[in-house]
Write a protein that binds this ligand. Structure first.
Ligand code: SAM
Length: 323
C-alpha cells in the first residue's frame, strides 16, 4: 500500500522485490484499518467463506503478511489517523449489509470483549480466525521486525507457518499447496507504483502456470486510472478464465499525489462472488467517500464463456451519495 514516507524511494530504481528492499520503509501500522483495508479484508472474508463451502481443507498463502494485528492507539496509527476514515466510521454504523457485518464480527473477535475496539486485525489474523482445524496458512513477511511480531502472534497455532522471506519468490515455491485448493493474497506496499504492477504480473504468471486453479486476490491502490489500466489489460489476457475486479473510489482517479481509491482483482473468483460483494461494496463509497464524488465498480474483466475482456478495465461506475 502507499507508504508513510515515500520520499526516500527512487521511483524507478527497483527492478525486483529484492531491489525494493534496501529502501523499504513501509509500515502497515500507519495505514491499518483505513478504507483500503476495509475493502481488502471484506473481500478476504468473502473468499474464505466461499472456500469453506466445501468440507475439504484449503491453504491460505499471504505473500505480504505484515505483523498480523495493529494497535490503533499506537503512535504510528495515531500519526496518520487513517483508520478514523475507514474502520472508525463503520464500527458504529448500523444496518450494514451481511458481508460487512461478518468483517466487523472478525474485528470484534480480535478485540476479545474490549468495546473500544483498540486492535485492528491484519489479513493473517482474519484468515486464521476463519480457518478450520484442517486448513493451513503460509505467511510471508520480509521485514524482520514485522515477521517477528507475526511469528509471536501465531506461535501457539500449528496451522499457521510464518516465513521471513520474499513473498513473490515464496508464492512460486508454495503453489500448488498440498491441499490443491486455496487462496493467495498478494498485498504489496506499492512504494514504486507502476513497477510493483510489473513485478506482480511476472510472479503471478509463474504461479498461475504451476497452479492454474488457485484463487489469487491482488490488492492495488488507485491514484491515476492510467496506472491501473495496463494491469487490467494484462489480467484480461493472462489466460485466467474468471477475473473479477472490485473497486472503491473516494475521489476522481486523476491525481498521482493521493490515494483516490483502491481495488482488489480476483483471479478465479468463485461463482457468484459479485453477488456476495455487491451490497457491501455499494455502501462503502456512501459511508466513507465525498458526496457526489465517490463510487464503486464491480466488473468481470474475464468471464467464462465470454471471449473478449474489456479493453480499458472496469467501465461501469456507480456513484452513490452519503446518507
Ligand atoms: N496484508 C497485510 C494486511 O492486510 O494486514 C498488510 C501488508 S502491507 C500492505 C505490506 C507488507 O509487505 C509490509 O509489512 C512489508 O514489510 C511487506 N513486504 C514488502 N515487500 C515484501 C516482499 N517482497 N515480500 C514479503 N513481504 C514484503
Amino acid at each position: 500500500m502507499v507508504g508513510a514516507d515515500l520520499s526516500a524511494i527512487p521511483r524507478q530504481r527497483a527492478r525486483t522485490p529484492t531491489a525494493i528492499l534496501p529502501g523499504m520503509n513501509y509500515r502497515h501500522a500507519f495505514h491499518a484499518g483505513n478504507f483500503a483495508d476495509v475493502l481488502k479484508h471484506m473481500v478476504l472474508v468473502a473468499l474464505i467463506d466461499s472456500l469453506k463451502q466445501k468440507s475439504s481443507p484449503f491453504c491460505y498463502i499471504d505473500t505480504h503478511a505484515g505483523r498480523g494485528r495493529y494497535d490503533l492507539r499506537g503512535a504510528e496509527a495515531r500519526k496518520t489517523a487513517e483508520s478514523d476514515e475507514g474502520f472508525g466510521i463503520l464500527k458504529t454504523a448500523s444496518g450494514l449489509p451481511p458481508l460487512l457485518w461478518k468483517w466487523l464480527d472478525v474485528v470484534r473477535a480480535c478485540n476479545a470483549g474490549d468495546e473500544s475496539m483498540r486492535y485492528y486485525p491484519g489479513s493473517p489474523w482474519i484468515a486464521a480466525h476463519l480457518m478450520r482445524e484442517g486448513d493451513s496458512a503460509q505467511l510471508c513477511e520480509l521485514q524482520v521486525g514485522e515477521s517477528d511480531q507475526l511469528r509471536q502472534l501465531f506461535h501457539h497455532d500449528p496451522r499457521v507457518h510464518v516465513h521471513q522471506r520474499d513473498g513473490y519468490e515464496a508464492m512460486k515455491a508454495f503453489v500448488p499447496p498440498k491441499e490443491k485448493r486455496g487462496l493467495v493474497l498478494i498485498d504489496p506496499p506499492f512504494e514504486s507504483q507502476e513497477m510493483e504492477f510489473r513485478v506482480i504480473e511476472k510472479s503471478l504468471k509463474a504461479a498461475m502456470e504451476k497452479w492454474p486453479g488457485g484463487i489469487y486476490a491482488i490488492w492495488y491502490p488507485i491514484k491515476l486510472r492510467s496506472q491501473v489500466q495496463p494491469f487490467h489489460r494484462w489480467l484480461g489476457k493472462s489466460g485466467a478464465k474468471r477475473v473479477l475486479v472490485a473497486e472503491v473510489l473516494l475521489r476522481p482517479d486523476d491525481s498521482p499525489l493521493r490515494l483516490n481509491g483502491t481495488g482488489v482483482a480476483i483471479v478465479n473468483a468463485p461463482w457468484k462472488l459479485d453477488e456476495v460483494l455487491r451490497d457491501s461494496l455499494r455502501v462503502l463509497p456512501k459511508l466513507l467517500g465525498t458526496p457526489g464524488e465517490s463510487e464503486y465498480r464491480l466488473t468481470w474483466l474475464v468471464e467464462e464463456g465470454k471471449d473478449e475482456a474489456p479493453a480499458h478495465g472496469p467501465q461501469s461506475p456507480h456513484s452513490v451519495r452519503r446518507r
